[in-house]
Design a protein around this ligand. Structure first.
Ligand SMILES: CC(C)(COP(=O)(O)OP(=O)(O)OC[C@H]1O[C@@H](n2cnc3c(N)ncnc32)[C@H](O)[C@@H]1OP(=O)(O)O)[C@@H](O)C(=O)NCCC(=O)NCCS
Length: 240
């Protein structure tokens, strides 16, 4: 795969900003073009095939399998393991995790159309990507996902920026909810993530999470969230 949009994705360094309570995280973010990535799809498991089989359209099934095949290959590379030997499970809230081999390696994936991001880290991580689309009742949707302060800040944005600001906020929030492992089982109005592009440090319970906007090219918005106060810069790299 060599998608120019993702090839242009920026890699940015930022200093470790607020103290060093936690060791630096090891975070990688991979971009996969699900219509171009190649690979041996026979590597995916029977249960993955069954899940893909529930999707209605052929291209959706193929994309789903390609995304999960990419997860398998990326984690196998990271672990120096046989991709076919990896086993996955999901939490009660549905978050997939690596069950075998035992390793302190976490991952999360997000897909939107043909685009997929896979985040891999040494601690809980969440990622979200959205392809830009018209949102007919943006104020109504915003009311259901923003805190009062976020709603107020959104309203103050110039009209031409509201849509992109909202998607920025939305992806940051979803990345955090996915890092927490609960997704929208948590009311998104309870958590403030900020609009970015600067990283936000969000306290949930006793833990701090870093939430960052990712640069993934035109027509898309993406964000990653990771447990810990700061860490190494998220590098978006193309996975072929
Ligand atoms: C997770 C969630 C936010 C996904 O949103 P989305 O915009 O449809 O999809 P994305 O492409 O960004 O992410 C989907 C991926 O997130 C992962 N995921 C699923 N549940 C997750 C969770 N609770 N936490 C983190 N990641 C999760 C999966 O890998 C999924 O991809 P897959 O189905 O190909 O394996 C949403 O489905 C949700 O809130 N789920 C949790 C609550 C729930 O309904 N649980 C059901 C009990 S099993």
């Amino acid at each position: 795969m060599n998608d120019k949009r993702f090839a242009a994705a920026s890699t940015f360094e930022r200093p470790y900003q607020r103290g060093n309570q936690l060791p630096r995280s090891q975070l990688q973010v991979w971009a996969v073009d699900l219509d171009c990535a190649s690979g041996d799809l026979s590597l995916v498991s029977t249960s993955e095939r069954t899940r893909a089989g529930r999707l209605r359209l052929l291209h959706q099934r193929r994309r789903w399998l390609t995304a999960h095949h990419a997860v398998r290959r990326i984690l196998a590379l990271e672990l120096g393991a046989d991709p076919a030997g990896l086993e996955f499970d999901t939490t009660a809230a549905g978050k997939p995790f690596l069950a075998r081999p035992a390793a302190s390696l976490e991952f999360n994936l997000s897909h939107s159309g043909r685009h997929c991001l896979i985040a891999v880290a040494d601690r809980p991580v969440g990622v979200d990507i959205e392809t830009w689309r018209a949102i007919s009742d943006l104020s109504g949707v915003a009311l259901r996902v923003t805190t009062a302060r976020e709603a107020e800040l959104l309203e103050r944005r110039p009209a031409r920026e509201i849509h992109s600001s909202f998607l920025g906020l939305w992806t940051r929030k979803e990345a955090l909810l996915k890092a927490l492992g609960q997704g929208f089982l948590i009311d998104p109005r309870q958590i403030e993530v900020g609009f970015g592009p600067a990283p936000s440090y969000v306290n949930v319970g006793a833990r701090t999470w870093t939430v960052e906007t990712l640069a993934v090219g035109p027509g898309m918005t993406a964000a990653v969230a990771i447990e810990g106060d700061g860490g190494t810069a998220p590098m978006v790299r193309s996975f072929e």
